[in-house]
Design a binder for this molecule. Sequence first.
Ligand code: SF4
Length: 349
Amino acid sequence: MRPTGKLHLGNYVGALENWVRMQEQYDCFFVIVDWHALTTDYADPSRLKENLVDVLLDWLAAGLDPAKCVMFIQSHVPTHAELHLLLSMITPVGWLERVPTYKEQKENIKGKDLDTYGFLGYPVLQSADILIYKADVVPVGEDQVAHVELTREIARRFNSFYPRKGVGGYAAPTATPEELQRRFYIFPEPQSLLTPAPRLPGTDGRKMSKSYGNALLLTDPEPVVRQKLKTMVTDPARVRRTDRGDPDVCPVGDLHKIFSSKDTMAKVYEGCRSAGIGCIECKSWAADALVKILNPMQERRKKYEDNPRLAWDILEAGSARARDVAEATMDEVRESMGLDYGPAKDSTK
Ligand code: SF4
């Protein structure tokens, strides 16, 4: 995740909620990618540290648990940069120019010069982030599937140039394709793990995004949540209290579908379609549901806000663990590429 500062409910239902579940089933590595932030925001890195702390606090608030997963900062594991460099040697420029988000972001992000080597190459850095942990799966949204596909292509190309050294003999006839793959090659080909994330509308009905100014933040206190909900757009057909509406075309209805109980949903459908309830009442029920989710998160967050050292300790311990795993992979990479000739000797001594 990029260090974009405080997270919103869209980040929660689109990614974090799923990550919290995944930490129970997988060996998870969650990374705050500060170098990626520089690919677009290189001109002003002044808020980087503050933003990454906010992301970490929101992760912890949402329920990521350092006893169950590894949380770390990308730049604290310098081997990501080494693998990025090595992978960039074998990645054809055409592959990067064809990445759909490359063109899209260049056209849509205004006021920044993205004609840079770093911006073109950021999917290679992303591939290094994934491959250095030999990830089997990467939880992504639809827009990132092409990046995981590119990672697979880069892994395949690396494996074909640099198979493991000294692996010979016969493999057991019962060996699975995965076992064979791991025996002969360093990098497994990671798969996208797509989780169907509901589209979360912001207060203006568009997709929730901090850049639209329509977001409900995980840190918003109850009065702010209620105030934001009050201004939220509703079914445009419901102009007067006596007009009937339809929760299926109302952004508040979308919030209810994600966060409210079945009983509340039934009341919303019945009351809206018969004009039996007003939008103000309906919105207060949605606010109740949101506050119920946000309150425990904000309590957890406060524990770390009051003691920031605790949060840094988690990042430092996670970064140390990540460095160990990444370094072990890099030993294999250097060996397979014939770069395992040890550190340079100081000829002046
Ligand atoms: S009653 Fe609720 S669902 Fe219906 S239009 Fe108003 S806010 Fe939307």
